[in-house]
Ligand binder design. Sequence first.
Ligand code: SAH
Length: 397
Amino acid sequence: MRQEISITVTDKAKAEFQRGFPLITKEALEDVEGLATEGAILELNDRQGRFLAKGYYGKQNKGYGWVLTRNKDEAINQAFIERTLKEAFGHRQGFFDDPSTTAFRLFNGEGDGFGGLTIDYYDGFYLLSWYSEGVYTFKDEVISALQNVADCRGIYQKKRFDTKGQYIEEDDFVAGERGEFPLIVKENGINFAVYLNDGAMTGIFLDQRDVRNALKEKYARGKTVLNTFSYTGAFSVAAAIGGAAKTTSVDLAKRSNSKTIEQFSVNGIDYESQDILVMDVFNYFKYAKRKELKFDVVVLDPPSFARSKKYTFSTSKDYTNLMKEAIAITEQKGLIVASTNSASFGMKKFKGFIEKAFKEEGRKYRIVEEFTLPADFRVRKEFKEGDYLKVLFVSLD
Ligand code: SAH
């Protein structure tokens, strides 16, 4: 039996839970002493002992767990998870019906009613990501529920909760049939090679789908495109398919070279006609300035935090400088696609970084497109913080 713990929340948190706030933060709890067993059901009560909500205990970087229901009589069991999953499937029907896109997020944590768990769909295969030991205790129920609700070819998982917040190496296969990797999925007609069994990342970040599509459809034709922090080159592939004159992909990781070659190749693009560079982006900026290289379009999509041999980069401290480096190597009337997935600040602050960079450079600009998470990455209106993605298409005057 799953342990159930009654716990008292502060008056301030009470109002938030009543409004539908889903995250159980440490500050919300009057007393965290009884909290020991990950996965325990938490009954949240106000200081007068009145029921507010029910959730589970699962410690992750964001908090102590997630609210699952505000109905006292609703049991948290496989049937609950099945109902939650069914609803999530309903919201993605449009994606299932679209043969040009076969990879998308099926279940987005608290946005779909169960924080700490995401499920991505990759052409018949399902990839579960668990963000705490607590949510992982629901594994058997989630898998049975998923198999009851969907026709799964195979199920894989990523445990994203070891003590350092790092991925733990292990066999990711869970149930059904094993896939053959790379699995080729489609996104708006573009092929992507993905691996569900190879470390923390699959080869594609599904949350950038709309951004890649905009680049391909509206901004790439005839242009030179520099893709920094390029990983497997997904933006480069989208640009090339959109008719870019040439793409240049820059990433520090050695693997990015073969991974990028692979993404071009599965789309029938001759990778030798593109530039793929394994190097530090900050060194590349210096090199490009020295060689007086300029690009029509520059994509900036750094990780929230990165450390290389020479440089440490933290989005919230260094985005303005990164932007200034990009401005220096972008053509007049060119475009910078400025992206960040940092959850530690919102769109307003992000726009402030851009504003500051242009001001310091004495240049003018216009924001021509703005993206946050796409529709399949559902976000609750009571928890806007869940929408971590911010992308601005910035046109230089
Ligand atoms: N833009 C990519 C995702 C980027 S993931 C996409 O849409 O698919 C972040 C990438 O930044 C990783 O591949 C990592 O190797 C790379 N990276 C981190 N620090 C870097 C640096 N200083 N120079 C170049 N690449 C770096």
